[in-house]
Design a binder for this molecule. Structure first.
Ligand SMILES: Cc1cc2nc3c(=O)[nH]c(=O)nc-3n(C[C@H](O)[C@H](O)[C@H](O)COP(=O)(O)O)c2cc1C
Ligand code: SF4
Ligand code: SF4
Length: 264
């Protein structure tokens, strides 16, 4: 089983490649958490993987909460691996993830990072088309290597790009993000909105409700996956003062596979 969390498709695309390569099923953590579905029984030889983005040099809180609550049934010694996708550096993301697993009595055998386009448009301009193409090319190679390592069951094997100042960034900047950076208040919708409801449909925390044809953020904090702002087909969602003239980022797998259509 591969559990994944994804706002704009990078982690989903990586998880799908790994699931296909390993012959494992895929499960969306945001859906499982909304449905209170924390139970899984591992078949003999089944590998357990987790794929998720890096948020402020740590795993998304929804992911660590999920693994702490996971009720896993298995016999023997299951192989467990994790992959984080990030724009440039993961800091101590994998150490934090490993600790969350250990709190649930589970051991991480291997951990990896994959550099992908940065989707954090509330803070930065998205990567240029050239940067995106270059990152995708390298990511494909990295995923091939991960697949090989996981198939061979390499244990105590970690390849994570931590970057500089990882202790400070994961230890100080991340708690600051958790306290103040996950607020929904700066989100607003402009007259460009066509009332399609896709933001409500894609919201990983389920905190957007369509009211009188417009999205309303119903919670003070959310997962900050940035699916709503990046995936709005009319570019009608903004966050604070900086996003109006910024581009948006969505992985091609979300553009082609779902084509922005609601499926239920
Ligand atoms: C709130 C937020 C914080 C982020 N923090 C980091 C970070 O600390 N380091 C980094 O390299 N990328 C960071 N990113 C970029 C994402 O980790 C990266 O684009 C990831 O691949 C997105 O995955 P997704 O498309 O599956 O949602 C951040 C993105 C968001 C939305
Ligand atoms: S996705 Fe964009 S256009 Fe569609 S309802 Fe939401 S804000 Fe409006
Ligand atoms: S409100 Fe937007 S950023 Fe927050 S969880 Fe929902 S889709 Fe993600």
């Amino acid at each position: 089983m591969i559990y994944y969390f994804s706002g704009t498709g990078n982690s989903y695309a990586a998880a799908k490649t790994l699931a296909e390569g390993l012959g494992e099923d895929l499960m969306d953590i945001s859906v499982a958490a909304k449905e209170n579905n924390y139970t899984h029984t591992l078949a003999e030889g089944e590998k357990l993987g987790f794929v998720f983005p890096v948020y402020a040099w740590a795993p998304p809180r929804v992911v660590t909460e999920f693994v702490k609550n996971l009720e896993l049934y298995y016999s023997g010694d299951p192989y467990i691996f994790a992959v984080c996708t990030c724009g440039s550096s993961a800091g101590k993301t994998m150490d934090i993830f490993e600790k969350a697993l250990e709190e649930n009595g589970l051991m991480l055998d291997s951990g990896f990072s994959v550099i992908m386009p940065d989707n954090c448009i509330t803070l930065f301009e998205p990567d240029s088309a050239e940067e995106v193409a270059e990152k995708f090319e390298k990511a494909e190679q990295t995923l091939d290597n991960i697949l090989r390592a996981v198939k061979l069951g390499w244990s105590d094997f970690f390849r994570v790009k931590r970057g500089r100042f990882s202790t400070v960034l994961s230890g100080i900047a991340n708690p600051a993000f958790t306290l103040g950076g996950m607020k929904t208040k700066p989100f607003y919708v402009t007259d460009a909105c066509i009332g399609c409801g896709l933001c409500e449909y894609h919201c990983t925390s389920g905190c957007i409700e369509m009211t009188a044809g417009r999205p309303v953020w119903t919670e003070d904090q959310c997962h900050m996956c940035l699916a709503c702002i990046n995936r709005c087909p009319a570019q009608a969602i903004q966050y604070g003062k900086k996003t109006a003239n910024r581009g948006r980022y969505v992985h091609p797998i979300y553009q082609t596979e779902e084509n922005g259509e609601m499926t239920e």
